[in-house]
Write a protein that binds this ligand. Structure first.
Ligand code: THU
Length: 132
């Protein structure tokens, strides 16, 4: 699958965002080797800290379907930002454990800007299980 197609799917996932508090909708699409794609959108709550980001919803959804790090090919994330969206620190930490370190992550906005990166680039010197 081409990166633009995965970004388009993340854009569709964004429509499922529940973000009445921030009014900032984010969509994510996680591509697996078997061709399956897991969607995520941010889901907020009146108790604000309980809100969950699009990226984490996508990867937790995949996890609950039995998918692990070895199954993932690429992740796309889209938000209405000036520059391609930048994942929050919590999502970087979760992705550093559950997503392949060097797999492509496509960050995009609604203007068509795309930044291709990886979790090792987004979160260098991450805290991980070897630190415990
Ligand atoms: N958010 C995401 O879902 N992903 C990101 O990469 C950045 C932030 C959500 C969290 C919250 O629901 C809203 O965007 C505003 O922070």
């Amino acid at each position: 699958m081409k990166k633009h197609d995965l970004i388009e799917i993340a854009l569709k996932a964004r429509e499922l965002s529940y973000s009445p508090y921030s009014r900032f909708a984010v969509g994510a699409a996680l591509l697996c080797k078997d061709g399956s794609i897991y969607l995520g959108a941010n889901i907020e709550n009146a108790s604000y800290p309980l809100s969950m980001c699009a990226e984490r919803n996508a990867i937790y959804y995949a996890h609950m379907e039995g998918k692990t790090k070895v199954d993932f090919v690429a992740l796309a994330v889209v938000g209405d930002t000036e520059m391609p969206i930048s994942p929050c620190g919590a999502c970087r930490q979760v992705l550093s454990e559950l997503f392949p370190l060097d797999a492509p992550i496509y960050l995009a906005n609604l203007l068509g800007d795309i930044r291709e990166t990886s979790i090792e680039e987004l979160l260098p010197f991450a805290f991980d299980s070897s630190d415990l």
